[in-house]
Ligand binder design. Structure first.
Ligand code: GDP
Ligand code: MG
Length: 499
């Protein structure tokens, strides 16, 4: 999320304005990370942008009059660029909605937000909370407007207020209600940030993330190259929020799919606050790919922690020479031997990482555990069962595409958003007719087994009943076809089909 700032007010000095900017940035990041945001705005090849201007009361009054014919000042105004309703686009994006930059990243502007800091200050004082808190609230409110939330329809308004509350609470988890008569000290910010987990395929990255989150987020398989997308696990502690990005293993690109996978590793490292390189303790020291990775990540000038995994399989004495060999390779912030499988030393590792993260508000609500949509997690859970039930050649030529993800709400009088059932229609895309036959199996038995197991896991994730319908399709050479890669969520966003 790119937030461009314009400062047109004089009341607050530069250092304080910088603080408010970072508050707005966190608030906007939190808004656009919510799962209601339209899928086509979450494409990997594009990013969202917004312009926030801090203005004075008079500027606000003039703008309010000019655009809304209301001749008084106000706290916040928003000017959306996209036609949206409750987070979803009313019509598909058009060419003019995306500004393509030279580096191949497309920028989608959501619109403009004007905030009157004088007015925000007054309101903060009346309510009895900080100006940071008020500025975050106004940004979230306006950000939701840009995404098509509104107060006109009472149902929509209810949703907007509920969303607003959740996001504010996530950003200010320690804040007490103002009417509680507690002393008002400064808000102690948790340590929060992104951690890129990098390493050769099969070293145990996904296992570590699962161990940390205590949930099955990243699919684990004894075969290399199982993880295709960067899956984020969000670990919340009283003092921290750590967002782990599980990257596909670093390797030499062979086709478009593996090229994308290699690039996403580098990107994860570039944008991370801390980089974790994982090695396999069963090897005696750095391997070639470790050297290549270290060379690459050294440029990013981020703290790098080395994890030596699978210590449950090696004798203690063999660890010392491995640690020495890695110390010669790079000045790691620390080197931590652990077992992702048994959990030995994993909590210690997490503490070490938390110590390296900058203080700042949480990026995601405290009760979120991943930023992946349920939709893409469902696809991963289906793919996991294909890996489980079929043999060598089939799975790595297979992708899962969710065609439809339909949520049916409970018709209960209570004001909860609980779902009755989620209906999922998915396609399994494979490279060969013979693979299709294997996946379907005799009398459809195999597909049934895959479907049942996947459905049970998806039900655990959604917490409600799931109806799952699977179709198997053949698309030869999908791994190299740009259009298909994009459709499947692996691509660079160029849907024109040209390389
Ligand atoms: P990734 O490719 O780096 O994500 O690796 P995975 O997490 O998918 O793990 C690859 C294989 O190594 C799986 O069979 C895991 O069960 C196994 N593995 C992961 N961590 C450990 C560990 O700490 N000890 C042992 N013995 N095996 C592990
Ligand atoms: Mg993995």
């Amino acid at each position: 999320m790119i937030v461009l700032f314009v400062n047109k007010q004089r009341k607050f000095d530069t250092p304080y304005v910088e603080t408010l900017k970072s508050v707005c940035q966190s608030a906007m990041d939190a808004v656009v990370s919510r799962s209601f945001v339209d899928r086509s705005l979450r494409d990997k090849s594009t990013c969202l942008s917004v312009t926030i201007s801090f203005v004075g009361t008079e500027h606000m009054r003039k703008t309010n009059f000019q655009y809304r014919e209301i001749n008084s000042t106000t706290d916040v105004l928003s000017f959306p660029l996209l036609d949206m309703h409750n987070g979803k686009l009313n019509k598909p994006l058009e060419a003019q909605d995306v500004l393509w930059h030279n580096d191949g990243i497309g920028e989608i502007g959501l619109g403009d937000i004007l905030i009157s800091l004088d007015k925000a200050g007054e309101q903060a004082e009346q309510i009895g909370h900080s100006l940071e808190r008020e500025t975050a609230f106004l940004t979230i409110h306006a950000g939701l407007h840009l995404l098509g939330f509104d107060h006109i329809d009472p149902e929509d308004e209810k949703r907007m207020i509920a969303e607003q509350k959740r996001i504010v609470k996530a950003l200010f988890p320690n804040e007490k209600k103002p009417d509680e008569d507690s002393p008002k000290g400064p808000v102690i910010l948790p340590h929060s940030g992104f951690v890129a987990l990098i390493g050769k395929p099969n070293v145990g990255k996904s296992t570590l993330i699962n161990q940390l989150s205590g949930m099955k987020l990243s699919i684990v398989s004894p075969r290399p190259q199982t993880t295709r997308n960067n899956i984020r696990a969000i670990i919340n502690r009283d003092n921290a929020q750590v967002i782990f990005v599980d990257t596909p293993g670093v390797q030499k690109p062979q086709n478009e799919l593996s090229k994308f996978m290699a690039e996403s590793s580098a990107n994860a490292a570039r944008f991370a606050d801390v980089i974790v390189l994982m090695a396999d303790g069963r090897f005696s020291g750095p391997v070639d790919s470790d050297r290549a990775v270290v060379e690459r990540i050294a440029q990013f000038r981020k703290p790098v922690v080395l994890v030596i995994n699978k210590v449950d399989t090696v004798v203690k004495e063999s660890l010392l020479p491995i640690i020495e060999a890695y110390s010669r390779l790079y000045a790691f912030q620390s080197i931590i031997p652990l077992s992702a499988r048994t959990g030995d030393q994993v909590e210690h590792f997490l503490d070490e990482v938390i110590g390296l993260l900058p203080p700042g508000p949480r990026y995601y609500p405290e009760d979120d555990y991943t930023d992946q949509s349920e939709r893409s997690l469902a696809a991963e859970l289906i793919r996991e069962q294909i890996l489980h039930y079929t043999d060598q050649e089939v799975p790595h030529g297979t992708a899962v595409l969710i065609d439809q993800f339909e949520e049916v709400d409970c018709v209960s009088p209570e004001e909860t958003t609980d779902r009755e059932i989620v209906k999922i229609y998915a396609s399994i895309i494979c490279e060969r007719k013979s693979h299709k036959a294997i996946i379907i199996g005799k009398d459809g038995q195999m597909l049934k087994r895959i479907g049942t197991a996947a459905r049970q896991n998806i039900e655990k994730m959604t917490g409600c009943k799931v109806y799952l319908e699977l179709h198997v399709k053949v698309r030869t050479d999908w791994k190299n076809a740009y259009t298909h890669l994009n459709e499947l969520g692996y691509g660079s966003g160029d849907s024109s089909g040209k390389p």
